[in-house]
Design a protein around this ligand. Structure first.
Ligand SMILES: Nc1ncnc2c1ncn2[C@@H]1O[C@H](COP(=O)(O)OP(=O)(O)O)[C@@H](O)[C@H]1O
Ligand SMILES: [Mg+2]
Length: 396
């Protein structure tokens, strides 16, 4: 019975047949309950046993196939929402699979809208934690004084508004994944508390005394350069190393424009379905426009553009006319050449600006010089000097 239990725990697809010389009905029932496929009492017929064994092998094979199919289905499902066939995205998929097989912390980096949260969810769906919760919190969107209680929970009466005991995200994510979005926005104080939670694998609710042990895989995401924040003293280096055991960098859309056609048709389908519209065709000239646009907001921006078009466009085809202004305007850099005509001088330009400010301040102060100086944030002496220098004596 002990061996049966062990086998069922570690290799559940292996069929087990029990053989005993001292069979009782009770034992047989118990063995079947524990997952045995059959129960044979000595003496037995060899031919009969052969049949049982071959049935068992067949069954085991089916079970294994079943497990495999389920796994494939799960993988397909977890990547279902991530669109892209580019080399960059294929690398991301294979990294996600590798990361999902481990239980270390992960830091997902990348510009806003590149699919960081999508990647975090895929890691979770492919991992052994998929049956447990995925709890997500945006550290940048929660007011600093509430973040601690959101993460760790609180006890009734621990602060105004804490009208009942409350579980924090750490406890809610028990056994699953805690996704900390925009981790770069976390205050120094909360960083310390998070670090402590890492070290102790325990947390304490705000206002609580009990230490609660927690087991949640931490996946965090940021669009900031944390290394730089560390140098500026705004992010704890020790916390960074805890969070960044494994890392994943989502590529910006402009670096994988070959994914545009797939993404575009994915979002057209999605929003036409959602809004109950017939699928729209897309004119080739539109793809050209989309491909020459740099997509600073990445996939999120593309998704929003398509959603807007589907909502507004009444024709069955998307043409240049359907596109928002900013996509059509040639993306030239702000035109600054006029500033630098021949003969441009920074000093003269700054003098001009200063003259203008002085005139305006003097007007606002009704011509009173001390007040003018105070408006400009300079001393009376400096103002007198500048008025002299710029020849602004007359009250013009
Ligand atoms: N590769 C992708 N395929 C399909 N949709 C994507 C992809 N990347 C991002 N998205 C979509 O774009 C939006 C922003 O993604 P999100 O994961 O929130 O980005 P981030 O967290 O990096 O800002 C979401 O609606 C997401 O579904
Ligand atoms: Mg996000």
């Amino acid at each position: 019975m002990e061996i049966l239990k062990r086998v069922k725990e570690t290799k559940p697809y292996i069929p087990v047949v029990m053989i005993t010389a001292y069979g009782t009905i009770n034992q047989a029932v118990e063995a079947l309950k524990e997952g045995a496929m059959d129960y044979v009492v000595k003496p037995f017929d060899v031919e009969e046993l052969k049949i049982i064994v071959s049935q068992g092998l067949e069954r085991g094979k089916l079970k294994q196939e079943n497990i495999l199919l389920k796994k494939q289905l799960r993988e397909k499902f977890s990547f279902k929402n991530i669109v892209g066939n580019s080399k960059e995205m294929k690398e991301i998929y294979s990294l996600i699979e590798k990361i999902a097989a481990t239980d270390s912390t992960v830091l997902v980096k990348g510009e806003s809208g590149t699919g960081k949260e999508l990647a975090a969810r895929a890691i979770y769906l492919l991992s052994h934690r998929r049956e447990k919760p995925f709890v997500s919190i945006n550290c940048g969107a929660v007011p600093e004084n509430l973040l601690e209680s959101e993460l760790f929970g609180h006890m009734k009466g621990s602060f105004t508004g804490a009208v009942a005991d409350k579980k924090g995200m750490f406890e809610m994510a028990e056994g699953g994944v805690l996704f900390l979005d925009e981790i770069g926005e976390m205050s120094a104080l909360t960083q310390v508390k998070l670090l402590r939670a890492f070290q102790d694998k325990r947390i304490r609710r705000v206002g609580g005394t009990e230490e609660i042990s927690v087991d949640a895989r931490i996946i965090s995401a940021t669009n900031q350069n944390l290394k730089k924040k560390i140098e500026e003293g705004k992010f704890r280096e020790d916390l960074f190393y805890r969070l960044n055991v494994l890392s994943l960098v989502m590529p910006p859309l402009r670096k994988r424009k070959e994914d545009l056609p797939l993404l575009v048709s994915h979002f057209i389908k999605k929003y036409c379905q959602e809004m109950g519209r017939k699928t729209k065709r897309i004119a080739p000239e539109v793809m050209n426009v989309l491909e020459s646009y740099p997509w600073p907001g990445n996939v999120r921006e593309l998704e929003n553009v398509i959603e807007r078009i589907i909502a507004i466009e009444e024709r069955g085809i998307i043409t240049k006319e359907s596109l928002p202004e900013e996509l059509l305007a040639p993306h030239k850099k702000p035109d600054t050449t006029y500033l630098f005509e021949p003969g441009f001088s920074l000093n003269l330009h700054l003098d001009d600006i200063a003259k203008n400010y002085i005139k305006q301040a003097r007007q606002a102060a009704g011509g009173k010089l001390r007040e003018t100086a105070s408006l400009l944030g300079i001393s009376y002496r400096t103002l007198r000097y500048l008025i002299d220098k710029y020849g602004l004596k007359s009250n013009s």
